[in-house]
Design a protein around this ligand. Structure first.
Ligand SMILES: NC(=O)c1ccc[n+]([C@@H]2O[C@H](COP(=O)([O-])OP(=O)(O)OC[C@H]3O[C@@H](n4cnc5c(N)ncnc54)[C@H](O)[C@@H]3O)[C@@H](O)[C@H]2O)c1
Length: 257
């Protein structure tokens, strides 16, 4: 017998914090959650663009500027959210230095390595640390945006790959530390066309870009947002510590030449 009482029809009143939401996948996740009835706090390093897009998204969007690698800014930002809404139900750690390519290993600076690790891996740890008390109070959930590059690589991507592999490990560690009240999962996107609509129109992807995917196309921000939304919902109440790959099947494809 199915217990339909656990199914959610509405997220009204629930509050989600999405990092790196001024553009791309983070903005897509914020818009998706608002359409579902969440109140969404968008955060980003880019305060100008973040404030602008929050205004466009309407009354259920609110912007807080922060650098996720800076613990003082994270502490103040989370306090601001709690001051405004009095609760927090979901955390989506999406902010990242998202260009996977570094220089060759021989010329990779320790400074660049440390910055990528501080933002892509340190950021989610700091956000989880400072949001945990509030998420626990409402049996909330965390979703970390990792990457299929946590499990496979191109040359000259050491810093990004290491940061996303670390984030996958951080995800299951957090799931053990914060459960049972807080569930923690990861979404690993493959190729997602997260460019602004104007850029997508001006420089469309090729047929070959799409056709190489078993699903027949490159991914969209909505593909990722739908997975994140499900993981945040109570319908995913028995799912924690897991990785969900959203890549159109690319990581299951044999590519011997
Ligand atoms: N687009 C893809 O194909 C793809 C594939 C796999 C994984 N991902 C992951 O998905 C997430 C979003 O990717 P995207 O393509 O939308 O990236 P994007 O570069 O378009 O957006 C990232 C956002 O994070 C913000 N940001 C960067 N550093 C920050 C910091 N220190 N503090 C706060 N905000 C900061 C940026 O200002 C930007 O708005 C990233 O975690 C990325 O690694 C993307």
């Amino acid at each position: 017998m199915i217990d339909w009482s656990v199914a959610e029809s509405s997220h009204n009143g629930r509050v989600a914090l999405v990092t790196g939401a001024a553009r791309g996948i983070g903005l897509g996740i914020a818009a998706w959650l608002i359409a579902e009835g969440w109140q969404v706090v968008l955060t980003d390093l880019d305060r100008v663009r973040g404030s602008k897009v929050a205004k466009v998204l309407g009354d259920n969007a609110w912007f807080v500027g922060m650098d996720v690698s800076d613990e003082v800014q994270v502490t103040l930002g989370v306090a601001e959210v709690l001051g405004q809404f009095g609760r927090l139900d979901a955390l989506v750690c999406n902010a990242a230095i998202a260009d996977p390519h570094n220089t060759t290993l021989e010329s990779l600076s320790l400074q660049h390595w440390n910055r990528v690790l501080a933002v892509n891996l340190g950021g989610p740890m700091l956000l989880a640390k400072h949001c945990a008390p509030y998420l626990r109070a409402h049996c909330g959930a965390i979703v970390n945006l990792t990457s299929t590059r946590a499990g496979q690589s191109e040359p000259d991507t050491e810093a990004y790959a290491a940061s996303k592999g670390g984030l996958l490990a951080l995800t299951h560690a957090l799931a053990m530390s914060l459960g049972p009240e807080i569930r923690v999962n990861a979404v690993s996107p493959g190729w997602i066309d997260a460019r602004d609509p104007s850029v997508r129109r001006a420089e469309p992807l090729s047929e070959a870009d799409h056709a190489q995917h078993p699903a027949g196309r490159v991914g969209t921000v909505e593909d990722v947002a739908a997975a994140v939304s499900w993981l945040l919902s109570k319908n995913a109440g028995f799912v924690t510590g897991q990785e969900f790959v959203v890549d159109g099947g690319m990581t299951k494809k044999m590519i011997y030449q």
